[in-house]
Design a protein around this ligand. Structure first.
Ligand SMILES: Cc1cc2nc3c(=O)[nH]c(=O)nc-3n(C[C@H](O)[C@H](O)[C@H](O)COP(=O)(O)OP(=O)(O)OC[C@H]3O[C@@H](n4cnc5c(N)ncnc54)[C@H](O)[C@@H]3O)c2cc1C
Length: 174
């Protein structure tokens, strides 16, 4: 089993991990990023991203994450396609074990393992993955605003907290 000591180890290669990598690399730390099983993170499973600053038009999630990874590598971050299976934070340098059997020691660890979307588990979910799914009220507001053609697929789920949130949000937007 090989052992390395890293200045900065970043766990996760989504937008948070890669952003941290860009800053750490530019500060001269040559961070190591371990991608996990989803290199590029959640944005690689969506299509249109239109809230990322700096792009006039919609960009594609996988393309955006590819650019982010290249940017991180260009400024000095290193990427390994591996998964952390164990982390010992009671020792310093911290110790992690990877799926491929490596043991890595790191003075600093940035955990950017993100989240997982909570899927509903319904049949159409896979089919419409990456498309807009919203509440009826929000749907009407968005479709009017964008003047685009939409398909309306009604589904009923228990979204009490989401409803509360949207009610609150619509008050702010009024
Ligand atoms: C279908 C869909 C559409 C979306 N559309 C938009 C949008 O248009 N605009 C927007 O702003 N947001 C959007 N989001 C939300 C956005 O994708 C997330 O907010 C964002 O990806 C979070 O980034 P993150 O880096 O924190 O985590 P994630 O992107 O979740 O990345 C987590 C990373 O951690 C890694 N990881 C996890 N466990 C380990 C481990 N044990 N060892 C090593 N690595 C590990 C994973 O492999 C992954 O690389 C969308 C999400 C989904 C699912």
């Amino acid at each position: 089993m090989s052992t390395n000591i890293e200045n900065i180890l970043i766990i996760g290669s989504g937008s948070a991990g890669l952003t941290a990598a860009i800053y750490a690399a530019r500060a001269g730390f040559s961070p190591l990023i371990l991608t996990g099983i989803q290199p590029g993170g959640q944005l690689t499973i969506t299509t249109d991203v239109e809230n990322y600053p700096g792009f006039q038009d919609v960009v594609q999630g996988p393309w955006l994450m590819e650019q982010m990874q290249k940017q991180a590598e260009n400024v000095g971050a290193r990427i390994e396609y591996d998964l952390i299976v164990d982390l010992d934070k009671d020792v310093w340098p911290f110790k992690v074990k990877t799926d491929s059997g490596k043991e890595i020691q790191a003075e600093t660890i940035i955990i950017a393992t993100g989240a997982q979307a909570r899927w509903l588990g319904i049949e159409s979910e896979e089919k419409y993955n990456g498309k807009l799914v919203t509440t009826e009220k929000d749907f009407l507001r968005i479709s009017k605003f964008k003047r685009k053609r939409f398909s309306f697929i009604p589904i009923k789920v228990n979204i009490d907290r989401e409803e509360e949130f949207l009610k609150h949000l619509s008050k702010i937007l009024k």
